[in-house]
Ligand binder design. Structure first.
Ligand code: ASP
Length: 365
């Protein structure tokens, strides 16, 4: 019988770190040692191969160039492999998972990210269970189709959709949450897959998109924010888009200086996306007076998307489209399970959703 093939891609992070006894800091170490720490991997009836980023990185140093390298490893091995496990630091795992979920179109095979809160050479490490179960999930097929044909994060007994995930704890083993979407699977004695929550494998050819637009700035609202600061952020040179992190269901101050400054920039072509500071729930522009104006002046709602999904989706969409109309349409639709469509504010109702600017690339979903 042919064994299923899984490629483990080691990027760095706590899971592969050792303590430097001179200064007490944690530093990445070589991947070959990581495999030595888990002899249990040899017991899988699978063909396991590995690849690594050289040098391995703390995921706080993650960036689109590294995502490209990661994507290239996946693309080069995609036809041959049945699934992938990416070992990744927890700090930016949700960003990488979100970015990959947009950069890979028509996915049919599992790409499971995992890591750990304690290094693998520590007695109480959570890394072993995380890696072992992630591999099991990445190799799980039913009637010839992958059970999890999407980018997902496995951590501490739960499998979450990658672009719905956020890191919420820096010291709990259970470090990730998917506040607006149900878990995809739960690992107890058996791994229970939630069939209805999972995406279906695509029969179309999988494609890989390497470029992203990084010219995005962020403005986090807080009571008392100075007009000077806001105006400086809005005037950031080279910024093509700004994410405003708002209160509650997408609310901000209603002061006219703020709305006017924002409108001026939108009229000059700045893309403005409204993402809530709340972890759970959704932006609903127009629900309160404090968000009505935002809707009127053309701010785009991020609905129930996480911050991580919002920014990486914007990076992906802005690289492919240039007009406000197309960027709004793409941001407001669900590309790959990242937002609930019943939460979409149909700001775009008056637009022809099917129409595309001929100068722009079409969506590949
Ligand atoms: N700083 C580490 C990283 O994200 C933390 C971790 O892996 O948990 O790479």
């Amino acid at each position: 019988m042919n064994r299923r093939k899984v490629k483990i891609i080691y990027t760095g992070g706590t899971i592969g770190m050792v303590r430097d006894y001179e200064d007490g800091g944690l530093r990445p170490f070589d991947f070959d040692n990581l495999l030595k720490q888990i002899p249990e991997l040899n017991e899988f009836k699978l063909e396991l191969t590995s690849a690594k980023l050289d040098p391995p990185i703390d995921s706080s140093n993650m960036n689109p160039e590294v995502w490209k390298k990661l994507l290239k490893i996946i693309a080069d091995n995609y036809d041959e492999m049945d699934g992938f496990v990416i070992l990744h630091g927890t700090d930016t795992m949700a960003y990488t998972a979100s970015a990959l979920s947009f950069m890979i179109r028509n996915q049919s095979k599992p790409i499971i990210l995992t890591g750990s809160q304690l290094p693998i050479d520590t007695i109480r490490t959570d890394g072993k269970e995380n890696i072992i179960t992630a591999i099991e999930i990445a190799s799980s097929y039913y009637r010839g189709k992958a059970r999890v044909p999407e980018v997902a994060v496995y951590f501490e007994y739960f499998l979450h959709r990658g672009n719905r995930t956020t890191k919420y704890s820096s010291d709990h083993f259970d470090a990730f949450k998917s506040p607006n979407y149900p878990v995809l699977a739960e690992a107890n004695i058996d791994i229970k897959y939630k069939r209805h929550a999972l995406l279906k494998p695509s029969d179309d050819k999988t494609t890989f998109h390497y470029s992203l637009c990084g010219e995005i700035t962020v403005l986090k609202m807080y009571p008392g924010i100075s007009p000077k600061i806001v105006k400086h952020v809005l005037a950031t040179p080279d910024a093509k888009a700004i994410i405003i992190e708002t209160f509650g269901s997408g609310n901000t101050i209603t002061d006219s200086w703020f709305i006017e400054a924002l409108k001026k920039r939108i009229d000059k072509g700045l893309i403005v996306l409204n993402v809530s500071q709340c972890m759970q729930g959704s932006v609903k522009q127009g629900l309160y007076e404090t968000s009505e104006k935002l809707k009127e002046i053309g701010v785009i709602s991020a609905g129930d998307m996480t911050f991580e999904a919002s920014i990486t989706k914007l990076m992906f969409v802005m690289d492919r489209f240039s007009s406000l109309k197309s960027i709004r349409r793409e941001m407001e639709r669900d590309i790959n399970g990242e937002r609930s469509i019943d939460e979409v504010e149909f700001n775009c109702l008056d637009m022809d959703i099917q129409s595309m600017d001929s100068s722009e690339t079409g969506s590949q979903k």
